[in-house]
Design a binder for this molecule. Structure first.
Ligand code: SAM
Length: 343
């Protein structure tokens, strides 16, 4: 893809927008750009890492833009770049610029651990990035090193400050809550929403092969999380950002931000699901759990055009399951870690 190339899709409004077999409209695509990460969070990846994909297995930026362009013709409007750690992939701004030129795409966001955010933010914003979600599980430097198995809290905080100063709104901070590891920081995280225009979202730790025992022992339900939030002040339902995501939001009256809880185990949100995922190696993953996937890379590399890829996306809808069946201490997926599919 040349910097000046203009990628457009002529949107055929007669083409049906993507809907799955349960009448859910799918307009959101999460795109993993790498399976590698510069952290080794205890709930996510083993300390030694995983068997990384080879370079030729990973979609090029041109291939990703082509799939996004096909998705836009069938009603996908929002893209989130994720990983692994997406800022590890060289010149991510070039991909963002390519996606920003796709007609029909209205929103480009990024999920990051923010270690590299401060330095890359200006070029990412110039390329068309509008929003970031930052993953952060502790506000204590030594604890950061225990949970992420790497240092760097100061860099993450500078990344968050840079995003707030750049006016990236809404800024969401995702915190995976683990009993005995960071659950004593729920109040401190919630208190940030009284000072800053940020959404702090507490996530229930989910079981994958790499963390089965740990995720069972450390699990804290979102109901308990909300009780702990309410212990520092009255909260009211609402106050979340526009759009329907998986979180339920609550706010302290008058606060500039809000607290959200994401409850994949205790209250699943599958009936509101509006998303599918594209893995770094080009598989369309229909559900976070349960290995429902469709290979797009092989047909793309064999010369399939935009129409054909859009047709494959539509056929993928037929295998999107109604819900996942997550249970503590079990996993219904072969997935070892979320970094494999773009969590
Ligand atoms: N590196 C990027 C980041 O840190 O946001 C994107 C990828 S990361 C896999 C996406 C999100 O998945 C992070 O917020 C991370 O905390 C979350 N995550 C990973 N494993 C998880 C698990 N077992 N349970 C709950 N959340 C998990």
């Amino acid at each position: 893809m040349q910097g000046s190339e203009h990628v457009t899709t002529s949107i055929d409004l007669t083409r049906a927008p993507l809907k799955d077999g349960f009448n859910r409209r799918i307009d959101y695509l999460r795109v993993s750009v790498t399976d590698k990460c510069n952290l080794r969070c205890v709930y996510c990846m083993p300390e030694q890492g995983l068997a990384w994909l080879r370079r030729d297995e990973i979609l090029s930026y041109e291939e990703i833009v082509e799939i996004v362009a096909a998705a836009a013709t069938v009603g996908v409007r929002a893209i989130r770049l994720t990983g692994g750690e997406p800022l590890l992939r060289r010149n991510l701004a070039r991909l963002i610029a390519g996606i920003a030129r796709v007609e029909g795409i209205e929103d480009i966001a990024l999920s990051t651990n923010a270690l590299l955010l401060e330095e890359q933010l200006p070029e990412l914003v110039a390329a068309g990035l509008r929003r970031v979600n930052v993953s952060l599980d502790t506000l204590q430097p030594e604890r950061f090193e225990e949970i992420a198995r790497r240092p760097g809290l100061d860099r993450v905080l500078r990344g968050i400050e840079a995003a707030v100063s750049a006016g990236l709104q809404p800024l969401k901070i995702n915190c995976v809550v683990m009993r005995g590891k960071n659950d004593d920081e729920i109040a401190a995280f919630a208190a940030l929403t009284r000072e800053l225009p940020v959404y702090v979202r507490f996530i229930e730790v989910m079981p994958v092969h790499e963390n089965l025992e740990m995720s069972r022992d450390a699990y804290v339900s979102s109901d308990e999380i909300l009780e702990r939030v309410a212990s520092i002040g009255r909260i009211e339902p609402g106050g979340g950002p526009p759009g329907n995501g998986p979180a339920r939001y609550f706010a302290f009256p008058g606060a500039p931000g809000a607290v959200g809880v994401i409850s994949p185990l205790s209250h699943d949100y599958c009936e509101r699901c509006n998303r599918v995922r594209l893995t770094a190696d080009g598989r369309l993953r229909l559900c976070l759990f349960g290995d429902y996937a469709l290979d797009l890379r092989t047909p793309l590399r064999a010369g399939a055009g935009r129409e054909a890829i859009a047709g494959l996306l539509a056929s993928g809808m037929l295998i999107k399951p109604e819900r996942h069946h997550l249970r503590l201490g079990e996993t219904s997926s072969r997935m070892r870690a979320f970094s494999e599919i773009g969590g």
